[in-house]
Design a binder for this molecule. Structure first.
Ligand SMILES: Nc1nc2c(ncn2[C@@H]2O[C@H](COP(=O)(O)OP(=O)(O)O)[C@@H](O)[C@H]2O)c(=O)[nH]1
Ligand SMILES: [Mg+2]
Length: 196
């Protein structure tokens, strides 16, 4: 799939405010600063579409971007930024859970994790909730330009082993570098399949 048109549609602070059409959402979530907004800009080829911030915890809203006049890319608020939300184990903001668990538009979710880090408790808790609730999702390992291929392979292996403790079948795993434009085609092809 190619993205030929990407326009900002709206910011919502409650799910009652998301667009009321029947176009489907493909959403991005993950810890603050993991690279959600950068990835959306990389995928759409528009560096200033979603606000990229050096300060974690800035996006507190759900942002909808209309793609090719036919579906939405959605930038969700980050979770787990200590100074903003004191998220305790298994607890996520109402805005996030309302959207992910209840919003009819939500069609597919990408959970972004930092490829440099070992599995983080908050991501594992979130993934566990998705599994329990039967939400379709995939994982994207971000910022792969910051580590070598060898370290990346080792970290992914650790991740697979950790998830395997709970899951029989592992979710789709993709890789990105917004800096280098890596992973664009694979991610867009996966989205196309999900929207088929
Ligand atoms: N080197 C590198 N830096 C990245 C990448 N993606 C995001 N960043 C940086 O990480 C910071 C947070 O990115 P942002 O997209 O705002 O994260 P968000 O909070 O998840 O939306 C910014 O300083 C970005 O420039 C990447 O793929 N490679
Ligand atoms: Mg952001």
């Amino acid at each position: 799939m190619n993205i030929t048109k990407a326009v900002f549609k709206c910011s919502s602070e409650r799910i009652s405010q998301v667009p009321k059409d029947d176009l489907r959402d493909v959403a991005f979530i993950g810890r603050s600063n993991v690279g959600k907004s950068s990835l959306i800009n990389m995928l759409t080829g528009n560096k200033s579409l979603a606000k990229v911030s050096g300060t974690p915890g800035k996006t507190r809203l759900i942002n909808h971007f209309l793609i090719n006049d036919s579906w939405y890319l959605v930038d969700l608020p980050g979770y787990g930024y200590a100074k903003v939300s004191r998220t305790t184990r298994g607890e996520f903001s109402k805005l996030i859970t309302d959207y992910v668990l209840k919003c009819q538009k939500m069609h597919y979710l990408f959970v972004l994790v930092d490829s440099r880090l070992e599995p983080q408790r908050i991501d594992l808790d979130f993934i566990e909730m998705l599994g329990r609730e039967g939400i379709p999702f995939g994982i994207i390992f971000t910022k792969t330009d910051k580590i070598s291929q060898a370290v990346l392979s080792r970290n992914v292996k650790t991740y697979r082993a950790t998830l395997s403790e709970q899951w029989e079948e592992l979710p789709t795993m993709l890789f990105s570098s917004s800096e280098k434009g890596k992973g664009r085609e694979e991610i867009l092809d996966h989205i196309a399949k999900c929207l088929e």
